[in-house]
Design a protein around this ligand. Structure first.
Ligand SMILES: [Zn+2]
Ligand SMILES: [Zn+2]
Length: 406
């Protein structure tokens, strides 16, 4: 592989992107930069794809499979720690507040690696097929990929054979982690409004107290994972907000709480969501209250790698990375990458790579202090070391593309 000659470009692009992050759906300069990279490489380049800042590049080279390669572009409302000279000092406004902006999820490494991989692939002459390069906006708000679906179908009407994507994580730089089957959880956000009947705090008999009712729901909801989900399955039900009342001697009319639900299998997810509905409405009935309102917030789909494709890729990763290719446990985080493949109902593989000083990670693993000593995604210190992170991510993307191109 001809990686050496592209290394300075990839590292410089990483630092440039890291210093200038933009929030979800506002990736204007980032998107323009990635479009420039695509054009310089001779890709048919489309900007503003999906009524947002999406960028799609097409490179057709003879007969063969169509392979979609994806990098996400958005930064986060996080003020970066002062650790590197290419630190971001960007600020923006979000919900009326001034916020620092940082590539705190490492999407800058994804873009630099994909740009580097495309350069390597363009240079290599021994493959044929079509590359669909996607620079996706708004992964963090879980609506960027879905927003691109229609436009992608129009740009690639013949469909794709596979979609490929990767994410940096708190593991040692140089490591690649992959698995078949479920790799990231589905996330559901529910907003429950409990309707009671308000009144004076001294006359509870004239009211239906929504606080007592909602409190009972919150406690009973904890039994779903404990008593209704098999120990061998995984799910999380968290009540993250609870709001009711204004004053101690008033029984309010309503109470409101929000739930975050994570699951790894559609049947478990459906069971948990049905149990929530049953418990919430059941408690209302017990209290003689009208049915509660349950609204849906933004939900993220499951990420389930195609087992056959993941096995082919694992073999290719073994050949390139040897013992630095490790099995990946399913993560409880969520992603919208699968929505890109879902545009055509195509299979996909999503894998991970490490981004942190191998010695630090090794020491933390020995001491069992990884959670404390290795920065986690979305934290102000989540700044992947440039190398061997970028070499590894670039090689992983090239290897994956080559596994499925002719
Ligand atoms: Zn993130
Ligand atoms: Zn991310």
């Amino acid at each position: 592989m001809t990686l050496e000659s592209h290394r300075p470009f990839i590292e410089a692009l990483y630092r440039e992107l890291h210093a200038a992050p933009e929030l979800s759906h506002r990736e204007h300069r980032t998107a323009a930069r990635m479009a420039q990279v695509l054009r310089e490489l001779g890709f048919e380049t489309h900007e503003g794809v999906g009524e947002s800042t999406g960028v799609v590049g097409l490179l057709r080279r003879g007969e063969g499979p169509t392979v979609l390669l994806r990098a996400d572009m958005d930064g986060l409302p996080v003020t970066e720690a002062e650790l590197v000279p290419y630190r971001s000092s960007a600020v923006d406004e979000l919900d009326g507040q001034r916020v620092g902006v940082m590539h705190a999820c490492g999407h800058d490494t994804h873009m630099a690696a994909l740009a580097g991989a495309l350069r390597v692939l363009v240079e290599q002459q021994d493959w044929s097929g079509t590359i669909v390069a996607v620079f996706q906006p708004a992964e963090e708000t879980i609506d960027g990929a879905q927003g691109m679906q229609q436009a992608l179908r129009a740009l690639v009407p013949g469909g794709i054979d596979i979609a490929l994507g990767q994410h940096v994580m708190p593991a040692a730089a140089g490591e690649v982690l992959s698995a078949g089957g479920p790799v990231m959880a589905a996330a559901d956000h529910l907003i429950v409004t409990v309707h009671g009947r308000g009144g004076h705090g001294s006359q509870p008999e004239k009211t239906i107290d929504p606080i007592v009712l909602a409190a009972s729901m919150v406690v009973r909801l904890q039994t779903i994972v404990a008593r209704e989900v098999a120990p061998s399955d995984r799910a999380v039900v968290t009540v993250g907000t609870f709001h009711a009342g204004t004053k101690q001697n008033i029984i309010p009319d309503t109470a409101r709480f929000e739930l975050n639900v994570r699951s790894f299998e559609p049947r478990v997810r459906e069971r948990v969501l049905a149990a929530i509905e049953r418990i919430v409405q059941g408690e209302c009935q017990v209290a003689g209250a009208p049915p509660a309102t349950i609204e849906r917030g933004v939900s993220a789909p499951l990420t389930v790698n195609d087992p056959g494709a993941a096995a082919r890729l694992a073999e290719a990763f073994d050949a390139v990375f040897g013992d630095r290719h490790l099995p990946q446990e399913p993560k409880l985080g969520s992603e919208d990458f699968s929505e890109l493949a879902a545009a055509w109902g195509a299979p996909y593989v999503y894998w991970f790579f490490g981004g942190f000083d191998p010695e630090t990670v090794e020491r933390a693993r020995e001491r069992g202090t990884t959670d404390v000593d290795v920065p986690s995604n979305h934290s102000p210190g989540f700044i992947p070391v440039p190398q061997p992170t970028l070499d590894t991510a670039t090689m992983a993307m090239v290897t994956a593309a080559r596994t499925f191109l002719a």
